[in-house]
Ligand binder design. Structure first.
Ligand SMILES: Nc1nc2c(ncn2[C@@H]2O[C@H](COP(=O)(O)OP(=O)(O)O)[C@@H](O)[C@H]2O)c(=O)[nH]1
Ligand SMILES: [Mg+2]
Length: 669
C-alpha cells in the first residue's frame, strides 16, 4: 500500500463547507507550453509528494506524455493527471477529461493566447465537465487581468468569475487579494503566500470584482439576488456555497491566478480544488455508471512500460478494486498509484481514484472491467477523424503476418489510430493525428513487437478513363499441333459520364458469336479495364460487342478472352486515355482571423473554394469548404497547423474523380 490512504477531512478556516472524504481526480489541461507539467509538479510538492522532473526533455518539450500523480492534501486523496498539450494527442486528453471530477485549464497571461484554449473550453462545456481556469505565469503579466478575462470569455459558454485580484508593485505582480475572503496575500519565494494588509487603493478594485462575482452567482440564487438588490452585502459563506454549486453545474468558471514555476498561487488553487471539486459520484453519474453494483473501472490509456509491462490507466468508477482480482478473465497483475508521479505498488484503489492496472492482456483502451465478470459498457470519447496518414510496410517482408496482429494491438491501445488496407494500391495505411502521433505508433511497433517498418507517403488512388470512342477489331488465330485457337470480334469502346462505372453491352445478332462465349468477352473486358494505359483502373466506359466470327472446333472461352484483351489493350490506348484523380470535399475549421489565409492555402493546393460560413456554436470561428485534390492533402494538416497557431482542423470525404493535370502529356502531375 502506498503512503496514501483516505482520511476523513474536516473543514478548514477559509470557506469551510461540507467536505468530501472520497478520493477525487483532477486533470490539468491547456495548450502546449502553458505550464501544466510545472503546475503538476507544484501541486504534488505542495501536498508533500514532490515529483521528479520529467527525465526525458523531449517529453517535456513535445508535451506528448500523459502523467499521473497521487497525493493527499489536507487529508483528501487526489489523483492528478498532467495531460498532453499536443493537439496530436487530443484524444488522450479528451479521454482523461471523461474520467475526472474537475479540470483545471492552464493558460497564458496574454489575451492573444486566449484563442488557444477555445477548443478545450468548448469540449468541457459540451461534456459538462466542471472546470476552473488557472492563469499561469502571472509573473510575466504585462497588461491587465481583466483584458485576459475578456479575451477568454469570448470562447467560454459560462461566465468567468475572477477569484483573485492581482496586487502589483509597479508592473510586477506581488500577490493577490482573494475576492471572497477579502484577504490580501503577498507571494513569498519558496514559501506559502503570507497574509498582509490590504494595500491602499485596492479596495475599490476588490469591491468591483466581488460585486461582479456576486452578480453572476445571483443568476442562480434568488436569495442572493434579493440581497444585492437590497444593498445587503452577501456573506462569504453564501458566495462559497453558490460558487461550488455553480461550478459543479458548469454554470460558472472560476479563474485563479498564479505562477507555477515560482510556486505562487498553488495553495490557493489547492483550496479551490478541495472546496469546489464535486464528489466522485457526480462524474460517475455523468459517465452513465449505475450507482449500485460490483466494483467497476474503465481504462482510459494504455502504455507498455519497461519493468511494469502493460499498464492500463483506469478510473475506478464504483467500489474498491483489489490487486489480484480477476478482470475480464485475466488476473490483475499489480495495481499502481503514482505518489510524486512515480509508480508505487498498491493493494487497492477506490472509487474516485485513477490507478494503473498491470498486465491486463486483451483489455483495450475505453473498455470497462469488473471483478464480478463482464462489466457494463460505458461511453468513451470518439477519436477525431484522422488528418494524417502514412503507408507502412515491414522492412523484412517475412514479418508481414506479424504486422497485422501488432497493428491490431496498437489500435486497441490507442483508438485514435486507424488501420486501413487500401484495396487499390495494396498499401497498409496508418492514419492518425499527425507526424508525432504516427511516429510514436511506429516506435511502439519496433519496441513492443520488434517490427521495423518503413513509412512512406501513401499512394493516391488514381483512376483513368477515355475521352474518345473507338472501334476495335481483334482476331486471334493460332495453329499449334492438333487443336488451334480462334476468336474474332469487334468492340466499340466508349466513354461514359463520370461515376457511371463500367458497362458491357452485347449486340450480337444471328449467333455470329455463339451465346456461350459472350460472358467470357464481358468478363475479359472488365478485367482488362483494371489496368489502363497509364497503369490505373479504367472507369466510366462502355464496351459493346458488336460483331465477330468463330470457328466450330478452334473457338473457346479462352480464345475469346484473349481476343478481348487484345482489343481492349489496343483500343484503350487509342481512345485518348486520361488519368483521373480523386477530389475530396474538405471542410477546414479555424478562428476567423485565419479564414483568408486558409483560403489562400487551399487555393495554392489546387483547391476550389466553395465558400465559408460561421462554425455553428463556435463564436469567432469559420468553416471553409473547398474541393481539393487528394494528392494535395497529404501534409495539409502540417501547414494548416503551422499557419493557425496549431488550431486549424479539417475533415475530408471523397467527392468525385476529375481529370488530373497532365505531366508531359502522361500521368498525374
Ligand atoms: N515565467 C514563468 N514561466 C513558467 C511558469 N510556469 C511554467 N513556465 C515555463 O513555461 C514553459 C512550459 O512549461 P511546461 O510545464 O512544460 O508546460 P506544459 O507544456 O503546459 O506542460 C517552461 O519553460 C516553464 O519553465 C511560470 O509560472 N512563470
Ligand atoms: Mg507538459
Amino acid at each position: 500500500m502506498s503512503a496514501i490512504s483516505p482520511v476523513t477531512a474536516s473543514g478548514t478556516a477559509d470557506g469551510a463547507g461540507p467536505r468530501s472524504a472520497a478520493p477525487r481526480s483532477v486533470a490539468l489541461v491547456g495548450p502546449y507550453g502553458s505550464g501544466k507539467s510545472i503546475l503538476f509538479e507544484a501541486l504534488l510538492e505542495a501536498a508533500g509528494a514532490p515529483a521528479k522532473r520529467v527525465a526525458d526533455p523531449r517529453n517535456r518539450t513535445m508535451g506528448i506524455e500523459l502523467r499521473l500523480g497521487h497525493c493527499s492534501y489536507l487529508g483528501d486523496v487526489w489523483s492528478i493527471l498532467d495531460c498532453p498539450g499536443s493537439i496530436e494527442f487530443i484524444h488522450e486528453t479528451e479521454a482523461a477529461l471523461a474520467m475526472v471530477d474537475m479540470a483545471v485549464v492552464v493558460c497564458e497571461p496574454t489575451p492573444s493566447r486566449a484563442l488557444a484554449v477555445a477548443p478545450l473550453l468548448k469540449y468541457l462545456a459540451a461534456r459538462g465537465v466542471p472546470h476552473m481556469m488557472f492563469i499561469n505565469k502571472i509573473d510575466t503579466l504585462e497588461g491587465r487581468v481583466r483584458d485576459i478575462l475578456a479575451a477568454l470569455q469570448a470562447h467560454a459558454a459560462s461566465p468567468l468569475v475572477l477569484r483573485q485580484v492581482p496586487m502589483r508593485e509597479g508592473e510586477a505582480v506581488t500577490g493577490y487579494v482573494d475576492v471572497v475572503s477579502e484577504n490580501a496575500y503577498r507571494y513569498r519565494p519558496g514559501a506559502p503566500s503570507g497574509l498582509v494588509q490590504l494595500p491602499s487603493g485596492m479596495a475599490e478594485r476588490k469591491q468591483e470584482a466581488r460585486a461582479a462575482l456576486a452578480e453572476v452567482l445571483a443568476d442562480h440564487d434568488d436569495a442572493l439576488l434579493e440581497k444585492i438588490l437590497d444593498d445587503v452585502k452577501p456573506t462569504s459563506a453564501e458566495i462559497y456555497d453558490d460558487l461550488r454549486k455553480d461550478l459543479a453545474a458548469g454554470a460558472v468558471i472560476e479563474v485563479l491566478l498564479g505562477a507555477a514555476e515560482h510556486r505562487h498561487g498553488v495553495r490557493r488553487l489547492w483550496k479551490a480544488l478541495r472546496h469546489d471539486t464535486p464528489e466522485p459520484a457526480v462524474a460517475a453519474a455523468r459517465a452513465g455508471v449505475a450507482p449500485a453494483g460490483p466494483p467497476l473501472a474503465q481504462v482510459f490509456k494504455t502504455v507498455h512500460a519497461g519493468h511494469t509491462g502493460k499498464l492500463s490507466y483506469a478510473r475506478i468508477w464504483r467500489g474498491t478494486l483489489r490487486d489480484g482480482a480477476i478482470l475480464d478473465g485475466a488476473r490483475l497483475g499489480g495495481l499502481y498509484r503514482f505518489p510524486g508521479g512515480e509508480p508505487a505498488k498498491a493493494t487497492e484503489a477506490q472509487a474516485g481514484e485513477l490507478a494503473a492496472l498491470a498486465r491486463l492482456e486483451g483489455v483495450a483502451t475505453g473498455a470497462t472491467v469488473s471483478p464480478a465478470g463482464p462489466a457494463e459498457a460505458l461511453a468513451f470519447p470518439r477519436p477525431w477523424p484522422p488528418v494524417y496518414a502514412q503507408a507502412i510496410a515491414t522492412v523484412d517482408r517475412k514479418n508481414d503476418m506479424k504486422l497485422s496482429g501488432a497493428l491490431q494491438k496498437i489500435t486497441e491501445d490507442d483508438p485514435s489510430l486507424l488501420i486501413e488496407q487500401n484495396q487499390q494500391t495494396g498499401e497498409m495505411v496508418l492514419r492518425g493525428q499527425g507526424e508525432i502521433h504516427l511516429n510514436a505508433a511506429i516506435e511502439r511497433l519496433a519496441r513492443l513487437y520488434g517490427l521495423q517498418v518503413a513509412a512512406t507517403r501513401p499512394q493516391v488512388a488514381y483512376r483513368e478513363t477515355i475521352r474518345r470512342a473507338v472501334h476495335e477489331h481483334a482476331r486471334l488465330k493460332r495453329q499449334t499441333g492438333g487443336h488451334g485457337q480462334f476468336a474474332d470480334l469487334k468492340l466499340d469502346i466508349a466513354p461514359r459520364a463520370r461515376g457511371e462505372g463500367f458497362l458491357f453491352i452485347d449486340k450480337i445478332v444471328g449467333g455470329v458469336v455463339p451465346r456461350q462465349y459472350i460472358p467470357a468477352v464481358g468478363e475479359a473486358a472488365e478485367e482488362a479495364a483494371r489496368k489502363g494505359p497509364h497503369g490505373f483502373p479504367v472507369v466510366d466506359i462502355a464496351v459493346t460487342l458488336v460483331d465477330g466470327t468463330f470457328h466450330s472446333v478452334d473457338s473457346s472461352d479462352m480464345a475469346f478472352r484473349s481476343a478481348t484483351r487484345m482489343a481492349m489493350t489496343e483500343g484503350l490506348a487509342k481512345a485518348d486515355p486520361v488519368v483521373l484523380e480523386p477530389i475530396d470535399h474538405v471542410s477546414v475549421a479555424v478562428p476567423n482571423e485565419f479564414t483568408s489565409r486558409v483560403q489562400r492555402l487551399l487555393t495554392a493546393r489546387r483547391g476550389q473554394i466553395l465558400g465559408y460560413s460561421e462554425r455553428p456554436d463556435w463564436t469567432g470561428w469559420d468553416e471553409v469548404e473547398a474541393l481539393v485534390p487528394g494528392a494535395e492533402l497529404h501534409d495539409l494538416i502540417i501547414e494548416l497547423r503551422s499557419q493557425t497557431m496549431g488550431l486549424g482542423t479539417y475533415q475530408r470525404r471523397f467527392d468525385h474523380l476529375a481529370e488530373a493535370p497532365a505531366r508531359n502529356g502522361r500521368g498525374p502531375a
